[in-house]
Every structure is written in C-alpha cells, then in structure tokens.
Design a protein around this ligand. Structure first.
Ligand code: PLP
Ligand code: COI
Length: 378
C-alpha cells in the first residue's frame, strides 16, 4: 500500500517540500530474528526492513522520495555507475539512549560532506534538509532496529550514483540517492585492542587534484589489494603516504599523541575530512590539550617514537570509532607503541565521545539530533 505524505517532520522552505511515498514492508523480519541480530550485529552484514530513495534528473531536480521495503535495485546494464564509478556515499550512526530515544551525531556535517563529494564527482548536491529528513523517515519506520546493547548502533549508509543508461563519458543526467541501514557492533573483531597497520609505499590512495577528499567508491576499490597484502603481514589497515607525508588509513583518519598530551593529525587536501577526528580534536581542545593539524612526515613519527616525544597513535572514524595503533609495519622498520601511556589518552577521548553519542554525558556542543521525537506517523 502506498500512502502519500506531506512532509511535516522538519518543514523545509515551501519550494523544497517533498511529497513522500511510504510503502510498508509486508514481510518484515520477525521480532525474534531481529532481536537475535541486534544482540550480535557484527558490522555491515544485516539490513533493516526498509530503505529510502530519492530520484534526481537534470530536468526535474530532486523528486519522488520514497520509503520502501529493503530489496534489490533494478539497474540498466548501461547505468553509468557500473562503468565509470560515478558514485559517492556517507557513513553515520543512530544511537539509542538509556531512555529509549534515538539520536544521530553531527548529521549536518555528513550532509555537507556528501555535497562536497558530489560536487567532485559531478553529481547533484542533495540539500541538507532532504538528507536529514531521509534519516528521520528511515528511522521512523525502522526504529526497532536501533540496538541498545553497549556500543552498538544503527549504521546509516547514504549513497548516490549515476543511473542514466548511457556509455558516453559525461556527468549523468539521471541520478539516485539511497539510504540503507545496518545494525552495527564493533568494526574490528578485537574491539579497542590496538590495531597493527602497514605502510604500502608502492601504492597511493590519492593524488594532488584527485578524489582523495571525496567519499567515493573508487578510493575504496583501489584500497582492497593493498589491504589484502597488509593482512598477510598481520595488519588490518594500510597507512597511505603522499611521498614522505602521512595521509590516512583506508577507512579512518590517523592522529599521533605527544608525550605532553598534544595531538597531531595530518592536513592535506587529499585526505577525507573526518567528522570523528574533528570531534575528537574539539574535545581535546576543550581539555586544554594542544592540537596541530599540519603536514607530518613518517620520519617525524619515527624519530618522535624513538626519542619518546611521540608516545602513541590512534585511528578514528565513524565505523571504527577510535582504536589505538599498536604497531606500524614498514618493509625495513617498525614503529611500536606498546606502553600503557600509548593508549591512555586515546581511550579517554574515545570514552568522552561515546558518552556524548550515547547520551551519558552532556552534549555541550549540540552535536546530537533526536530522530524519534518528531517523526511523522507513517
Ligand atoms: N578516512 C576515510 C578514508 C574514511 O573512509 C573514513 C570513514 O568514514 C574516515 C576517514 C573517517 O571519517 P568519519 O570520521 O567522518 O567517519
Ligand atoms: C565509516 O567509517 O563510516 C566508513 O565509511 C568507513 C568504512 C571503512 C566502513
């Protein structure tokens, strides 16, 4: 059954009102099965009962927003995304608080980054209110999928791709935006135990003027082979360099920790601007810790680790939250951070961040958006 709805949840400007169609899944996952999934969600393996999509065309702009049963997407074999990878995506989470309410974290930042990524990939920019509304709509019907066990959440995956059937190489005139959701536990099976990461000097993730700062599938496709090689060396992630300069890991930003508690994170226009690292740095600055966002070389890290000036490092991102880095493995050297001081500060910042996300600590920066309160009945 299709029920047309006027958007009343977060009224946008009149010229931006979208008429939503909501089609309920008539065969939703049985409660007991859903509860079993939520008790042990893993990462990215199971999906909720519904999804959102919004169409875009050159002539009609954004139109026909829908909530429909989760299921396969029908695509023409000539759809441009399948050939030229014109695609962008996002990742954010919905958290359940102890009182049962559901909140998301800095969704406006994800909306803005999706717009920047879209611009780089010659895709249309989805207005922030449509982005946030799509999340409200999906959580409105699939709220029961937001888990409540410690450090679990509902991972939200918005994505947009070129669906026009055309083999000429130019920006597509028909595009689709989708949002799917997947209950999530820890990204790494070992939780917050330190990860080992590998240098892959023969591969680069991004080049000057390339797509490194965009969240686009191609960046991840090219990371799969280096990551598989890193696994063979006992490492779970690859640290990419630009020459001597640190960039980031395949799916996380990197931060170095100094002896005095100050933090250094690489700055470069080919790194994805992470919302987690930005938030961690803001929390550290609130504590009066020094923050440096600047170009940083592997030699500086190596020398700092040897002299005791750099006591630790950590990786952070939405999926992984924050994990200490225990070891960097290169072909001809290793950097090891195994002292207790290596992860102490990292784990305390992690705790502060997750306390805010899960409503255990005051949201003094106003980072949370409540999703369940104003959701219109579907
Ligand atoms: N860098 C890359 C390549 C990523 O895929 C991610 C994950 O989204 C991040 C950094 C961290 O970004 P965020 O903290 O916004 O999730
Ligand atoms: C995220 O952290 O949201 C990402 O997109 C990273 C990916 C490796 C899961």
């Amino acid at each position: 059954m299709t029920i047309p709805l006027t958007d009343i949840s977060n009224p946008p400007a009149t010229d931006r009102t979208l008429l939503w169609q909501v089609t309920r899944n008539e065969n939703p996952t049985p409660d007991a099965e859903r509860e079993a999934i939520l008790a042990n969600p893993g990462f990215g393996q199971k999906f909720t009962d519904h999804m959102v999509d919004i169409c875009w065309s050159e002539k009609g702009g954004w139109h026909r927003p829908r909530v429909s049963p989760y299921g396969p997407i029908e695509l023409d074999p000539a759809a441009a995304v399948l050939h030229y990878a014109q695609e962008v995506f996002e990742g954010l989470k919905a958290y359940r608080h102890a009182d049962g309410s559901i909140h998301t974290f800095r969704a406006d930042q994800n909306a803005a980054r999706l717009q920047r990524s879209a611009r780089r990939l010659a895709l249309p920019e989805l207005p922030t209110e449509y982005f946030v509304d799509s999340i409200r709509r999906l959580v409105g019907v699939d709220g029961a999928w937001v888990p409540s066990a410690g450090e679990t959440s509902l991972y939200l995956r918005p994505f947009m791709f070129a669906k026009e059937a055309f083999l000429g190489v130019r920006a597509a005139k028909k595009v689709a935006y989708y949002l799917i959701a997947s209950p999530a536990g820890a990204y790494f099976a070992h939780g917050v135990q330190p990860v080992n990461i590998a240098l892959a000097p023969n591969y680069s993730r991004a080049g000057k003027g390339g797509t490194g700062a965009a969240k686009t599938g191609g960046n991840y496709a090219s990371s799969l082979l280096p990551q598989a090689e890193a696994y063979e060396k006992g490492c779970e992630q690859v640290l990419y360099l630009d020459g001597e300069y640190l960039e980031e890991l395949g799916g996380m930003n990197i931060v170095l920790v100094r002896r005095d508690g100050s933090l250094i994170t690489p700055e470069s226009d080919s790194i994805l601007e992470g919302i987690t690292v930005k938030s961690i740095l803001e929390l550290a600055a609130d504590r009066g810790l020094g923050i440096e966002q600047r170009p940083v070389t592997i030699t500086e890290w190596r020398a700092g680790a040897a002299s005791g000036e750099i006591v630790g490092a950590f990786a952070c991102g939405t999926a992984a939250v924050l994990v200490p880095i225990g070891r960097l493995v290169a072909d001809d050297f290793e950097i090891v951070h195994d002292g207790p001081e290596a992860s102490e500060l990292a784990l305390s910042l992690r705790e502060e961040l997750t306390d805010i996300q899960y409503g255990r600590r005051e949201d003094r920066h106003g980072w949370l958006t409540r999703l369940d309160a104003e959701t219109p009945a579907a």
